[in-house]
Design a binder for this molecule. Structure first.
Ligand SMILES: [Zn+2]
Length: 336
């Protein structure tokens, strides 16, 4: 098959996958997250909603940003509604409060099946859901409410398509191509979720870590070895070096600046990347990412006065560059 046709097919597939990533980016962080406004109806006033909100945080059911904490998730999973304890004046509305928090899990990557407009909630028609093309055809507006659709939807689809074509250019139709494509999708989803919410979901980090280990065993060529045990060892060392390096620098920052400087999400994220790429690349990414982070951090501070910058996007950028040029960089560093 002529290369141009193969590349076109990969581009189209990439755009379709990008469209799915848009769904993940929107839904993953919103599943299991409540807003203060959700409680207005039962609490009656803003003041009561504020108090209830503080009670829920104090009881360990949600965190300050409204993300539902593990304590509630466990009750929910075991269907132990009666274990939901609230002290004080809200105790009698316990059932409704439980239901409101529970409802925040209704939105998930596979529910509802069809995409909807975030403004008017109307279902997107199938012919308005064609990656990239529909965005252009509708000039970036919802068919029904005519509100602007973020350019990011188009961009994520294009980016995914383009990066998969780049990967194909470097790796051909090999196991590495497919696994790196999968990792790249995880990087894209993590990047935009981190931009929006300063979190990287465990489904991506811990889920990816397990998948990375399994793929290392099935495809030892991922680590340039024919031996499965060796590949597994490289993967485990990758988890250790990736997660460990960020963890240590985070602890160091804590001692130095007396405040949390690296989130646990970043630790798990580089651990996951290490599981797929092995310890050498994980360390390379660890040293490379701060350069991008520093450049963007300085720009963000100058333009927006932003204090906190999410770190996931820079880890992602460094990871993609290491995927395609890592061996060249290592060769340059150690044999030049
Ligand atoms: Zn709309």
């Amino acid at each position: 098959m002529p290369v141009i046709i193969l590349k076109s097919i990969i581009f189209i597939f990439g755009a379709l996958i990008g469209s799915f990533l848009n769904v993940c980016i929107y839904r993953m962080p919103r599943s299991g997250k409540v807003e203060k406004e959700d409680f207005l109806k039962i609490s009656g006033s803003q003041e009561h909603a504020d108090n209830l909100w503080q009670d829920l945080i104090a009881s360990g059911y949600i965190d300050e940003d409204g993300f539902v904490e593990g304590k509630f998730r466990k009750l929910r999973k075991k269907k132990k509604e009666e274990g939901f304890l609230l002290e004080g004046k809200y105790a009698k509305s316990k059932k409704q409060i439980f239901d409101i928090i529970n409802k925040s899990f209704e939105l998930s990557v596979d529910k509802p099946k069809r995409s909807f407009c975030p403004h008017c909630q109307k279902q997107v028609l199938w012919y308005d859901n064609i990656p990239m093309l529909s965005y252009l055809a509708l000039s970036g507006r919802c068919r029904f409410c005519k509100k602007q659709i973020s350019f990011r939807y188009f961009f994520v689809e294009f980016l995914t398509a383009a990066l998969l074509v780049v990967l194909y250019g470097y790796f051909g139709l090999s196991a590495k191509f497919f696994i790196y494509s999968l990792l790249t999708c995880a990087l894209i989803a993590a990047t935009f979720i981190d931009f929006d919410f300063q979190i990287i979901p465990d489904e991506i980090t811990l889920g990816g870590l397990v998948v990375g280990m399994i793929l290392s065993i099935i495809f030892p060529q991922l680590h340039d070895t024919p031996l499965r045990m060796h590949a597994l060892m490289y993967s485990l060392l990758g988890i250790l070096c990736g997660g460990g390096s960020i963890y240590l620098i985070g602890r160091f920052g804590e001692i130095l600046f007396k405040k949390e400087s690296m989130g646990g999400g970043d630790v798990k994220f580089l651990a996951m990347i290490g599981a797929v790429l092995g310890w050498q690349f994980a360390l390379l990414i660890f040293f490379l990412a701060p350069f991008f982070g520093a450049v963007v951090g300085i720009i963000a501070r100058l333009t927006k006065g932003a204090e906190v910058i999410p770190y996931g996007p820079y880890l992602s950028l460094a990871t993609f560059l290491v995927i395609i040029w890592g061996n060249n960089i290592l060769a340059y560093l150690f044999y030049f």
